[in-house]
Design a protein around this ligand. Structure first.
Ligand code: 5GP
Length: 206
């Protein structure tokens, strides 16, 4: 079991409706040591991949993405959400249905912050149906850039996002993949992942 799976079992709370609450370390309060370990884990899994920009979506992806930007020494861009798009003139706009809020959001990035020379690593906290990830991919493609990888902290493997993104050929790395969870028993089963070499989780940021 990896550090994130252990953390989820220790501090996560399963809610009715297939929702995992991780407010105590990721979605409200941020446990910096845990997200630092995530950043090193993504860096290790995407070793050899050329990245010149990290892209995420507000709000909870920002903390992890910021540490990734630090490790790669590249800019970090976060897509913004709004219910309306006043004008698309100065921005790339896509749409995503929010699994947690049950509504469609416009998702946008101002044009200067994505370009055709970008090799983008997409980072997010959760992957469920893949709506947010597909919107981010769409924004990168509208700018003419390339998606070189997608790094997710927690993938809900029983939902379609991961399956679709892998079938589309994206390099997707999820640190913890939930195979099933039971809110009444408060139990979670994780998908077995290939063993990775030990990471020194006490490393300080470079
Ligand atoms: P997707 O767009 O892949 O359907 O859903 C991913 C987004 O929905 C994430 O950015 C995250 O904010 C939210 N999300 C989906 N499922 C969960 C969940 O079980 N717990 C939490 N905390 N957020 C979730």
């Amino acid at each position: 079991m990896n550090f994130l799976e252990e953390k989820i079992l220790r501090d996560g709370v399963i809610k009715e409706g297939n929702i995992l609450k991780v407010d105590s370390f990721l979605n409200h309060q941020i446990d910096v040591d845990t997200i630092r370990q995530m950043a090193y884990e993504f860096k290790r899994r995407f070793r050899g991949v050329e990245v010149n920009k990290v892209l995420t979506i507000e709000a909870s992806g920002i903390a992890i993405a910021t540490l990734m930007g630090h490790l790669y020494d590249v800019p970090v861009v976060f897509a913004k959400k709004s219910e309306t798009a006043n004008s698309t003139d100065d921005k790339y706009v896509s749409q995503a249905f929010s699994f947690t809020h049950k509504r469609h959001n416009n998702v946008f990035v101002s044009r200067p912050y994505l370009s055709a020379t970008d090799k983008v690593l997409i980072i997010d906290d959760f992957l469920a149906d893949g709506e947010a990830a597909h919107a981010l991919i769409d924004l990168v493609h509208q700018a003419g850039g390339e998606v070189v990888g997608i790094g997710i902290a927690i993938e809900k493997g029983q939902q379609k996002g991961g399956r679709e993104l892998r079938a589309e050929g994206y390099r997707l790395e999820s640190i913890a993949i939930i195979e099933s969870m039971d809110w009444q028993a408060q139990t979670i089963r994780f998908r077995e992942q290939p063993p990775h070499p030990l990471v020194n989780t006490t490393l300080q940021m470079a």
